[in-house]
Write a protein that binds this ligand. Structure first.
Ligand code: IPD
Ligand code: CA
Ligand code: CA
Ligand code: CA
Length: 261
């Protein structure tokens, strides 16, 4: 794809995302409909669904041959990486959205033949849109971001998802103990933003494709490593335990995880 086409797609996606943000902010002034999905800790609202439908409509109108994978199921069934695949998480951090009306994100990613091309994480309440990809660099609104420092485990903050922490999986508590401290934000998108900006140096969580698709593209563009929890490459269409880290933090954590399985 030539640079002009890429820039044009990027402009369009940013426009849809700004409209999506307005939709979400407007719906937040009305009564929410909240339903449980798999458990009382796994919520979905009318806003998740409406925003996903909105974004998928924009994508399909613009690029009708695309396939879209959306968390709430309004997209397509996708089982191969061929062609243009958009991955949409209409509200990442739905629990935060419901309980805090803050600390949630809208995320979109574009993969072509399995390669990450463009990623977007929109921190809605702070009006900060993180965007870009390997051919553009990474931007916070209009400002290009530098690579975060390649900080070692002992010198930075790590973020774990709450279930990993509560159930002390994979010897991660020891890894956390060897870091400068632990933070839990409750939205994969917000955690990724903290990684991109160097505020944390590792994030580990069980994630589905829509949770990591955009973050993988933006993170790798800025020199972060994304992998499974045991350091293997991520399959963009599979769910599993995911680690995003600076190279040095990943080097320090992998042997600790290996100790107790
Ligand atoms: C969730 C959040 C959460 C992570 C979960 C995700 P959702 O996304 O990103 O931080 O720990 O694994 O499912 O369901 O709110 O879009
Ligand atoms: Ca969800
Ligand atoms: Ca999510
Ligand atoms: Ca979601």
């Amino acid at each position: 794809m030539d640079d002009l086409t890429l820039i044009q797609i990027d402009r369009n996606v940013k426009q849809w995302l700004r409209q999506a943000r307005t939709l979400v902010l407007t719906k937040m002034t009305e009564r929410l409909t909240v339903n449980e999905k798999s458990s009382r800790k796994d919520l979905v609202t009318n806003v998740d669904k409406e925003n996903e439908k909105f974004l998928i409509t924009k994508i399909k109108n613009y690029a009708p041959d695309s396939h879209v994978l959306g968390e709430e199921g309004f997209g397509d069934q996708i089982n191969r990486e061929k062609g243009w695949i958009w991955i949409v998480d209409p509200i990442d951090g739905t629990m935060n959205f419901v309980k805090q009306q803050d600390h949630f994100a809208i995320m979109v990613a574009l993969y072509i033949d399995g390669q990450g091309v463009l990623g977007y994480i929109y921190d809605v309440m702070n009006d900060e849109l993180y965007s870009g990809g390997p051919n553009l660099g990474v931007f916070k609104n209009d400002v290009q971001l530098d690579q975060p420092a390649n900080t070692a485990l002992a010198d930075g903050l790590v973020s774990l998802s709450a279930p990993l922490l509560i159930h002390d999986r994979f010897n991660l508590l020891q890894a956390a103990d060897e870091s400068s401290g632990v933070r839990v934000y409750g939205s994969a998108g917000i955690e990724m933003i903290h990684l991109l900006t160097g505020k944390i140096i590792t994030y580990v969580s069980y994630l589905k494709p829509w949770d990591f698709a955009a973050g993988k593209i933006l993170g790798e563009t800025l020199g972060l490593v994304t992998s499974t929890i045991d350091g293997q490459p991520l399959d963009m269409l599979s769910s599993g335990f995911v680690m995003v880290a600076t190279e040095n933090a990943q080097r320090d954590i992998l042997p600790i995880i290996g100790q107790n399985g």
